[in-house]
Design a protein around this ligand. Structure first.
Ligand SMILES: [Zn+2]
Length: 120
């Protein structure tokens, strides 16, 4: 796999901060466009937006190119997120992961994908 970010520690750190900022902007958008229910178990999501409500269906460690892809996000409660993290997602969650894999294979949902310039 190709390393996207530069070797130099400082540049890498700056790029990472920018990446985190963009990710949180995407979480905010995701929170605005979806009803506040867990897509995995149907529980209502109370209160304000939290970063653990947003699950990367295809993990960003394995698919860094999908880190900022909103179609790769699943809105979930804390419990369903930790089930997924622990390797035992609900059936709904598993289905969503399979659909995300299919999208990746067919190239669907990649229209928004663009190169971000981290050095601006
Ligand atoms: Zn849930």
């Amino acid at each position: 796999m190709i390393r996207k970010y530069s070797e130099k520690g400082l540049v890498k750190k700056k790029a990472k901060t920018e990446q985190t900022k963009l990710r949180h902007e995407m979480f905010e958008k995701h929170w605005q466009i979806k009803p506040h229910y867990c897509e995995s178990c149907g529980s209502k999501l109370y209160g304000e937006n939290k970063s653990y409500y947003h699950d990367h269906l295809l993990e960003k460690s394995k698919h860094p190119e999908l880190d900022l892809e909103i179609t790769n996000l699943y809105l979930v409660c804390e419990e369903c997120h930790s089930k997924k993290t622990n390797g035992s997602p609900t059936l709904n969650h598993q289905m969503a992961i399979i659909r995300a894999e299919e999208r990746l294979l067919t190239g669907e949902g990649e229209t928004e994908k663009k190169e971000h310039n981290f050095y601006e």
